[in-house]
Design a protein around this ligand. Structure first.
Ligand SMILES: Cc1cc2nc3c(=O)[nH]c(=O)nc-3n(C[C@H](O)[C@H](O)[C@H](O)COP(=O)(O)OP(=O)(O)OC[C@H]3O[C@@H](n4cnc5c(N)ncnc54)[C@H](O)[C@@H]3O)c2cc1C
Length: 431
């Protein structure tokens, strides 16, 4: 398998590392390679017209105007020059694995010693009539957030399709700006893929208390306009119609796998990689939202969409390319901010059989999920100390069973302190 790539600095000979995608994972690969002393050429190719930036504020503080653009940049422009990272605004259109080259839409061809696919994901479009109307938006990029920021200031009524994280965060921002907001969700509760019933109920109450209309178990049939080409109504499958100035689709994302597919790499809901994030080609890795990687606790490959996952993957690949091999086993964690509520999740709760509640539901609580008497995940709402403690307990494999957690006076923070064996790896924090 791949040895560490050439560390020589002399004239940056060789193709070095080419990273496709200048998002969170691609950016972190370049940064971590330099931090680990990699002296070869690093080329970061991004098809957005922007230097690498953080996406989380796009559905939160950036929409409401509390964060401006400068706060989104992961590094100021001089950083890339100083670190000799070639930042190319272009799109990779094809990879020739035999020749170890990547073709650019702008006409160029890049040689590589190692290629990192960090192509992210794109919002899922709805396959219903009218999806192409003006005013039907997705929210993934800075350009879209910038446009939506303006649209929100003009809109009186907004419909959000999908009560996942992006849909609900957008709904909260739109309410905060005074819009009348309706969220339409196919399932019977919000955040169904990500959180349990208690947490979902907390967010249902929170949004309703703030005046948002939440419609569960309802499907969009089509979008209408009044002949002008701009959306004016959302029609649901039960025949009801919701007048609107603006629609935001929050119906999930699809990994961007097309380059890998046409290059003959294995794709199965994401670019398939092994525990060291290598594709079937030892000269090609895949990381972040686009990568399906083995997760031992699940016994199969999974794909995660989070900053932690993008950063952790990138750090592992940078380590491997500079000679330090390990399997990927970072603890997944995630957060979401909606109105005054902060949700933090550590671990993955899929397949759990027991739950223990700590704190005061529905306002400030943690749900501890166990599988076969073993703690697998903790969802915390407005309990940041529980979240940090959960990360320590889970990352260190500290044993905790439901009976102990349900005992009188149990405090997760004290338990984590008492069982502290090693500190959290600082490398799992985003830069
Ligand atoms: C609005 C929003 C809010 C979020 N909030 C949170 C949050 O609160 N907490 C959290 O943990 N996560 C959050 N996320 C998720 C998190 O931002 C993503 O998981 C993370 O950005 C994934 O990083 P990535 O590098 O894999 O993909 P991306 O950041 O999507 O980067 C991929 C980049 O590759 C580019 N690209 C794709 N194909 C090519 C090509 N052929 N050539 C050149 N460039 C290409 C894309 O245009 C994109 O710029 C949020 C995401 C969004 C959209």
């Amino acid at each position: 398998m791949t040895a560490a790539v050439d560390m020589s600095t002399a004239g940056h000979s060789g193709g070095g590392v080419v990273v496709v995608g200048a998002g969170q994972a691609g950016f972190q690969t370049a940064v971590s390679l330099r931090e680990r002393g990699y002296g070869g050429r690093i080329t970061l190719v991004g098809d957005e017209d922007a230097a690498p930036y953080e996406r989380p504020p796009l559905s939160k503080a950036y929409l409401t105007g509390e964060a401006d653009e400068a706060l989104l940049w992961l590094r100021p422009p001089e950083y890339y020059v100083r670190q000799s990272i070639d930042l190319l605004a272009d799109r990779v259109t094809a990879i020739d694995r035999a020749a170890c080259t990547a073709r650019l839409a702008g006409g160029g061809v890049l040689d590589y010693d190692h290629l990192v696919l960090a192509t992210g994901a794109r919002p899922r479009r709805l396959a219903v009539p009218g999806s192409e109307l003006r005013g039907v938006w997705a929210l993934r990029t800075l350009a879209e957030a910038l446009a939506l920021r303006d649209e929100l200031r003009r809109a009186a009524e907004v419909v959000v399709v999908g009560a996942g994280f992006i849909g609900l965060e957008f709904a909260a921002a739109a309410r905060a700006l005074g819009c009348a907001v309706t969220v339409v969700e196919l399932l019977d509760r919000p955040l169904a893929r990500a959180v349990g019933e208690r947490t979902a109920e907390h967010f249902t109450r929170l949004h309703r208390r703030q005046g948002t209309r939440l419609l569960f178990g309802r499907r969009v049939a089509r979008f209408h306009d009044d002949g002008s080409g701009a959306v004016t109504e959302v029609e649901l499958c039960d025949g009801s119609r919701l007048p609107t100035d603006l629609v935001v689709l929050g119906a999930g994302v699809e990994p961007r796998t097309e380059l890998a597919e046409t290059a003959g790499l294995r794709v199965d809901d994401g670019i398939a990689v092994d525990a060291r994030l290598r594709t079937g080609d030892p000269a090609v890795s895949a990381i972040g939202d686009c990568a399906a990687f083995p997760y031992p606790a699940a016994g199969r490959r999974i794909r995660l969409e989070s900053v932690q996952n993008a950063v952790g993957h990138a750090q592992l690949v940078a380590e491997r390319l500079t000679g330090l091999e390990r399997d990927y086993d970072d603890l997944p964690w995630f957060w979401s901010d909606q109105f005054s509520s902060t949700l933090q999740i550590a671990g993955l709760s899929a397949g759990h059989d027991t739950e223990v509640l700590l704190g005061e539901w529905p306002d400030a609580f943690s749900v501890l999920s166990f599988r076969e008497d073993r703690l697998v995940a903790v969802e915390s709402v407005n309990r940041p100390a529980d979240h940090m403690a959960a990360r320590r307990v889970l990352a260190n494999g500290v044993p905790l069973d439901p009976a102990t957690a349900a005992g009188d006076g149990f405090a997760l923070r004290d338990y984590a302190r008492r069982h502290r064996s090693k500190p959290l790896r600082p490398a799992t924090e985003p830069v």
